[in-house]
Ligand binder design. Structure first.
Ligand code: PGA
Length: 249
């Protein structure tokens, strides 16, 4: 393992105030020199961001939000949080374009606005793309991914603050992961799409969808992957640590 690897924990709509203490084991691991290539980011619900920031403040672990409103300015948007508010609390990352938000109304255009506003605030972005099972069955995968990339990044210049997360929708929360060879080809194709758009030699791309302590032994063999976006398995510190240790060792 020569490069840094991202381990991004997406807690989704889980976690109460007490559950934050469970990450102490992960904080300990993050200070171990053996795992210095592990770039750990926690994306808890908004309600826990401050508590996560406090508990991790003497470590290298970074904190992010799971989404943001597209408006750069404050405004009458009940229940919403924009990048200004995320930045002001001290978070450094934001997930944009997650399929669970695409189904509830995030179009490629909205995602594009969110990306632009996050870049303006110098937040690091985890930009999620991925095809549904129906799209995969209809051989539309590359068409869908290309359109998500091109529309999501419309008028966005080449940028190192964006990490691409390939998350096939049929893999999220289902326990099903793509076969290694298929995933390898897909990652290669996505990197080519991004490189063509931005003339980037090696864009950062992570994989997400049912990553767990069992399948990580296979997934880690794909050397073109720069890390993992982990939902369910990140909520138990023991599983998250297991994934990090197996990847880095
Ligand atoms: P999962 O979620 O690991 O529970 O499949 C991944 C994600 O949605 O980011």
């Amino acid at each position: 393992m020569t490069n840094n690897m991202f381990f991004i924990a997406n807690w989704k709509m889980f976690g109460d105030f007490k559950s934050v203490n469970s990450i102490k084991m992960v904080i300990k691991l993050s200070k171990d020199k053996k795992y210095k290539k592990a770039k750990i980011v926690y994306c808890p619900p908004y309600t826990l961001i401050d508590k996560f920031l406090k508990i991790t403040n003497k470590s290298k672990i970074k904190i992010g939000a799971q989404n943001c409103h597209h408006s750069q300015n404050s405004g009458p948007f009940t229940g919403s949080v924009n990048v200004d508010l995320i930045k002001s609390i001290g978070a450094k990352y934001v997930i944009i374009g997650h399929s669970e938000n695409r189904v509830s109304g995030d179009t490629n255009h909205i995602i594009n606005l969110k990306i632009k506003s996050a870049l303006k605030k110098k937040l690091k972005i985890i930009f999620c793309i991925g095809e549904t099972l129906k799209e995969k069955k209809n051989n539309k995968t590359n068409l869908v991914l290309k359109s998500q990339i091109i529309r999501g990044l419309k008028n966005v210049k080449k940028n190192n603050n964006i990490i691409f997360a390939y998350e096939p929708v049929w893999s999220i929360g289902t326990g099903v992961v793509p076969k290694n060879n298929d995933l390898k080809i897909q990652i290669y194709t996505i990197k080519k799409m991004i490189s063509k758009l931005w003339r980037l030699k090696n864009p950062k791309i992570i994989y997400g969808g049912s990553v767990n302590p069992k399948n990580i032994n296979e997934l880690r063999k794909i050397s073109s992957i720069n890390g993992f976006l982990i939902g369910g398995a990140s909520q138990k510190a023991k599983n998250f640590i297991d994934i990090i240790k197996k990847t880095i060792n």
